[in-house]
Design a protein around this ligand. Structure first.
Ligand code: GCU
Ligand code: CA
Length: 138
């Protein structure tokens, strides 16, 4: 099973807020980024071994326009201006899933807005590394 990393427990660009004014989020809120190119949410995720990982990004975009973002792993873009398309409203969440190479140990996954309106609202990342999640077995 993937490991869930809540956006509100990650790091985010100055001016971003953890909000609760829309329903359906996981954890204690979601990150509403500041409105700027380069606005970001970053997740520190653990992988037991190097390999390809599946990254599922849960977001909401209650506008009518795409909110594209670059996806960077350890500073390297693995997706450029990836679409975070409109959802029905701000209470409706969608998951955008991509595959990205990771190294063993801690990895930084950053969503970085490519337009002046900033990111979609970001709820969490579900992260599944091919070699396991780096957590002790339970
Ligand atoms: C509204 C909405 C926020 C969202 C913002 C935006 O203010 O309530 O959750 O982040 O629009 O357009 O980015
Ligand atoms: Ca916002």
């Amino acid at each position: 099973a993937p490991t869930r990393y809540e956006a509100e427990k990650g790091t985010y660009s100055a001016g971003s807020t953890v909000d609760t004014n829309h329903t359906g989020y996981s954890g204690t809120g979601f990150v509403n980024s500041n409105n700027a190119v380069g606005a970001y949410v970053e997740f520190a995720v653990d992988a037991a071994a190097a390999g390809n990982a599946t990254v599922g990004i849960r977001y909401s975009n209650g506008t009518t326009a795409n909110r594209p973002a670059d996806v960077l792993v350890n500073g390297t873009a693995v997706a450029t201006a990836r679409a975070f398309n409109a959802t029905a409203d701000w209470d409706t969440w969608a998951t955008s899933t991509l595959t990205a190479p990771v190294k063993a140990g801690s990895n930084k996954i950053r969503l970085s807005a490519t337009t002046a309106v900033g990111l979609a609202n970001i709820d969490y990342v579900d992260f599944a590394a091919s070699g396991g999640d780096g957590q002790a077995p339970t």
